[in-house]
Write a protein that binds this ligand. Structure first.
Ligand code: BES
Ligand code: ZN
Ligand code: ZN
Length: 486
């Protein structure tokens, strides 16, 4: 979708659909106030009224959207309103919509432009690649949107350009996650990285099974050994030649499908496990954003990719694995596989001497129980980095909530026969998983983000999400990396 910003009066420009997003307790423009019963629209959050002004103003249709009160307004209120606007345009089969704001918003104009563009673009997202036939309604796509500004058009435009770039990164991540696992085995994820690298000028390395054996990637190999689809280890580097800038490593869990392996999942828990590479997808999407925005940073994306399957060649409970770091892991449950591939990914990150290692994974069902779909679980070894990520979460609307990572939790994964075991029992399942990961990052500042509850929404609650992948992490990491680039 094409998004532009113009300086004009929303109600004087001809349009098939003009959307006015309104703060609560703010009077409507006089021309509109005569078109509606006052009590029918107050501007409370998520309220919607569609008006047909019949020539009273220039637009054919006017959609009033409520933003809620000024005190409670966040960038996400705008993101949601903008997504609702696109969805209405889609339903009405309107080719172009225009969007304006009513009320004094206490947000920076660039942030307003960014949030509106993200919402407009994401509200139009659909995943239709696997439909053999499309109805007329499914074929129709909103072509463009105009943000109509009464002031600060330049700042709004700058923000909207950033927002569109971020939305494209989110869309790319969603497409990767929504792609079925038979079409996206580890090798295909590697090919996607190579294609993205060529498109954006990244340095991409994809190690195949023989190279993993030669290199001692015991974690990725163990998890992948039960599948005919061989594992890969993907490294994508942006800003390689830059000197004097911080190096940030982003590590993403790339399980293209997680059946649980021999510790097999029940059927109901196995569906949607194509989304077990959502951490990887967030890394792909973020690298695209970073490259398109040309941020002055050195960013390394690391994705250990494997398919976890039960078979006669699969790794088993009771196996002891030697990971890339040399540390040994006693396998108790083959369904706790993410931490095992990530052990290799995190250890590999240390070779870059990074200022930060940020790792994203659909790691535990326990985080779904703790936080549901409304926050990413965060645990880490650097409070400074964690605080920075918290701020990026507020700014991006992808909020994080921190859990402790005390030494006591590390005790829970001690093994009788190896350096550690891969599960610590039911209590504090998300934290013991993080405690396991912390064994592989040395002294580098490290934060783990558990996105198991936020990556895939069967029944989304936000208008910018559609059933399926959310692309979570791209907005958060883009905000974070932009904060380093400032
Ligand atoms: N990929 C799953 C976690 C998951 C659960 C992601 C629900 C998305 C939605 C992970 O590999 C897993 O199976 N974890 C186990 C760990 C357990 C065996 C200690 C879990 O959480 O049940
Ligand atoms: Zn699992
Ligand atoms: Zn998994």
């Amino acid at each position: 979708m094409e998004i532009v910003v113009t300086s004009a009066d929303l109600l004087r420009e001809p349009s098939d659909l003009a959307v006015l997003a309104c703060l609560e307790h703010t009077p409507l423009p006089a021309e509109l106030a005569t078109l509606i019963e006052g009590a029918d629209f107050s501007g409370k959050a998520r309220q919607q009224r569609l008006l047909y002004p019949r020539g009273m103003v220039a637009p054919k249709r006017v959609l009033l959207l409520g933003l809620g009160t000024a005190e409670k307004l966040t960038a996400d209120s705008l993101r949601q309103a903008a997504a609702t606007a696109t969805r209405q345009a889609q339903e009405l089969q309107v080719d172009r919509l225009s969007v304006g704001l009513n009320g004094d918003l206490a947000l920076a104009p660039t942030l307003i432009g960014q949030a509106l563009a993200e919402g407009l673009a994401l509200g139009a997202y659909r995943f239709q690649r696997y439909r053999s036939e499309l109805s007329a309604e499914q074929k129709f796509a909103v072509a463009g949107a105009t943000i109509v500004a009464t002031a600060n058009a330049e700042a709004l435009q700058a923000g909207a350009t950033i927002g569109q770039t971020i939305a494209r990164g989110v869309t790319y991540a969603r497409d990767l996650v929504n792609t079925p696992p038979n079409d996206l085995p580890p090798a295909a994820l590697g090919e996607a990285a190579i294609a993205m690298g060529q498109r954006l000028g990244l340095t991409v390395t994809v190690l195949d099974k023989a190279q993993l054996i030669a290199g001692g990637f015991g974690g990725v190999l163990a998890v992948g050994q039960g599948s005919a689809n061989e594992p890969r280890f993907i490294v994508m580097e942006y800003g390689t030649a830059r000197e004097g800038t911080a190096t940030i490593c982003l590590v993403g869990k790339g399980l293209t499908f997680d059946s649980g392996g021999l510790s097999i999942k029940p059927a109901d828990a196995m569906t949607t496990m194509k989304s077990d590479m959502s951490g990887a997808a967030a890394v792909f999407g973020t690298l695209q954003v970073v490259a398109e925005l040309q941020l002055p940073l050195h960013v390394v994306g690391i994705v250990p990719a494997a398919e976890n399957m039960p078979s006669s060649t699969a790794f088993r409970p009771d196996d002891v694995i030697t990971t890339l770091s040399g540390k040994t892991v006693e396998v108790i449950n083959t369904d706790a596989e993410g931490r095992i591939v990530l052990a290799d990914g995190l250890h590999y990150a240390q070779r870059y001497r990074p200022a930060a290692i940020i790792e994203l994974s659909t790691l535990t069902g326990a985080i779904v129980i703790a936080l549901g779909a409304h926050a990413i679980g965060m645990m880490g070894t650097s409070q400074e980095l964690a605080d920075r990520i918290s701020r990026a979460g507020e700014a991006s609307g992808e909020r994080v909530w921190q859990l402790p990572l005390w030494d006591e939790y590390r005790e829970m994964i001690k093994s009788e026969i190896a350096d550690m075991k891969n599960i610590g029992g039911r209590p504090a399942g998300s934290i013991t998983a993080a405690a396991f990961l912390a064994n592989f990052v040395g002294d580098y500042p490290f934060v783990h983000l558990d996105i198991a509850g936020t990556a895939f929404a069967e029944k989304p609650t936000k208008p910018y999400d559609t059933p399926g992948a959310t692309g979570v992490g791209v907005r958060l990491l883009s905000a974070l990396l932009r904060s380093y680039a400032e």
